[in-house]
Design a protein around this ligand. Sequence first.
Ligand SMILES: Nc1ncnc2c1ncn2[C@@H]1O[C@H](COP(=O)(O)OP(=O)(O)OP(=O)(O)O)[C@@H](O)[C@H]1O
Ligand code: NI
Length: 323
Amino acid sequence: MEALRVEDLWVRYYTASGIVSAVSAVSFNMERGEMLGVVGESGSGKSTLGFALMNMVPPPGRIVKGAVILEGRNILELGNKELREIRGSKISMVFQDPFTTLDPLRRVSDQFVEFLMEHGLSREEAQSRSYELLAAVGIPERLRNAYPHQLSGGQKQRVSIAMAIALKPSIVVADEPTTALDVIVQKQIMDLMNEIRAKHNVSIMLITHDIALALERTDKILVMYGGEIMEYASKDDLMREMHHPYTRALFASLPRISSKELPRFLKGYPPDLRNPPKGCVFNPRCEYATDKCRVEKPVLKEVSPGHYASCHYAGELDASSRT
Ligand SMILES: Nc1ncnc2c1ncn2[C@@H]1O[C@H](COP(=O)(O)OP(=O)(O)OP(=O)(O)O)[C@@H](O)[C@H]1O
Ligand code: NI
């Protein structure tokens, strides 16, 4: 069942030094209960896409075009009141820094209760529901009334996850939720998110620059570069065959324990999105680029069922270069 559909989404930042095309022509959909990984180098537009799904792109950013369809409604067309209702109850967000959600000066339980009351629960309901949720994410009873600074990084992230799922949204956007945590806690938090995904049938968009994490944890992967989708497929299909040179380069940078090969890194830099390259946005760094790539922008095409790539030569690249 479809949980969310994004159609031809464009987001720009209007800065003093120019207009940044942060997300361009992005379309995809999310199924109920799946974990979608959004990967790509720094500045590829991952976080902007996440914010756009909530219609919450921070200024000077603006969604200039597109639709985000959630339960049959385009949330980009809703008024502020309806948006406030939808955020949290239908779609919610977890950030790298839990203080984005948590006020450091107020007790965890007070914040939680207030948040639930804002969404229509009575004080009693809010109290019992918040206790229930904090217990479910593994916060011990003695820490309910703590201040955020009295919690560890992992515990703070557990509280933000509890708040994100409190109103049973169908989509949770998690932007680098474990990046600030050490490896062991990272695993615990990802296990928790996976448990929540399965139990509540919620779709999770996992935004991460950590390709190994995406490979380990997701069902589908969306590869972004220069604000555009380069490739989009189920993880298994992608592992079988990568159609876009950027995807191959990105995944080739993963250290492989089994091989003696040194990891290959992508040469050059991501594009300046105030002035993106003509033709394919990846062409200046692409080892396969032809004159066509320097002039004509490829469109995202379905190379095999459910497997999309935005490359003029998708499906034609030689097998020997496959990673
Ligand atoms: N508030 C802002 N004002 C101006 N430009 C911005 C702003 N936020 C992001 N950008 C620009 O938009 C583009 C996409 O940025 P975004 O943060 O979405 O990328 P990202 O993939 O999440 O990167 P990272 O992995 O570093 O978090 C970049 O070129 C970035 O410089
Ligand atoms: Ni980001």
